[in-house]
Design a protein around this ligand. Sequence first.
Ligand SMILES: *Cc1c(COP(=O)(O)O)cnc(C)c1O
Length: 350
Amino acid sequence: MAVVKANAYGHGALPCTQAVLDAGADTLGVGIVSEGIELREQGIQAPIQVLVGIFPDEADDLIQHNLTTTLHSRSLAETLSQRAGHLGKEVGVHIKVDTGMGRLGIVPDQLPAWVEFIASLKNIRIESIFTHFSSADNTDPSFTLKQIQCFQTSLDRLKKAKFDIPLAHCANSAALLQFPESQFSLVRPGICLYGALPAPGLGPVIDSLTAKNSQFSLLPVMQWKTRILAINSLPKGSPVSYGQTFVTQRDSRIATLPVGYADGLERLLTNRMQVLVRGHKVPQVGTVCMDMCMIDVTDSAEVQEGDEVVLFGQQGKERITVDEMAAQAGTLSYEILCGVGKRVPRIYLP
Ligand SMILES: *Cc1c(COP(=O)(O)O)cnc(C)c1O
């Protein structure tokens, strides 16, 4: 299952969906019903699971668009059965077991009774049993191993009770990379499809996989670029941007970029990040504004208005990863990628 929720982690739902299906993915994971509907309306016919689950009043939309949902409550099961019957259809569900995330799902002990109840409902097809890891990106494997064991025990109980459920799944990207025993019949990678790390500490894991297996590599899918809108010569002692958080310490050339926090360039990155211009790293200076931010190009005399600037990605021999940007902002690659604003045009290279 290729996870393409949140506009494919900011990369654009439809082009990424087409790419992962072309690459052999069997099924898709979205977050919410509207994301599934959007893909259906654009002609995607592959199975789609709404991972978050739904409110009862979304049942008709789900069923009419041939989407399947995570199932985590009895009342939702009843509503789905009733609405599917009313619409003359069948609806697929994925029963979520909470093995330690404390977010969604039923307690493992109740699983057999649950499955029996759901199997007794008309117009519902149980497609899978699944769970989600809370700490698979951790260097300490103990909690994840506990979750895997709990999941396995739940499956064993079902088998004993003679329930035959087609699929079982639990691995997210971090588990896929670190816990081969978590693979079961389906895996659900998201972030690693986009070439970013689930956690900065997993870099060495990736490197060792790459070293062992030349078929394996993780390449960043997205690069974020802009251009220099203006260059100003500011004398020593000039404040730059809101709140004067940066004051030039010398006669400076300060370049203005037409990108700001409304585009997803976190205000927290103010005076912390670097960007690439003409193949060199230069510092961002002054408070990041809604639509603009400034960089200091004093040391790069050749830099001109209109020059390409890389926020993350490659330029010449230099590279800035989304993980580095995320670290500077005190967050993860996930949040930066999902946060790249709607008005930033996505350009797809063949
Ligand atoms: C988002 C999500 C995933 C993918 O997680 P990554 O860490 O991006 O690989 C897998 N399973 C569920 C239930 C999710 O919500």
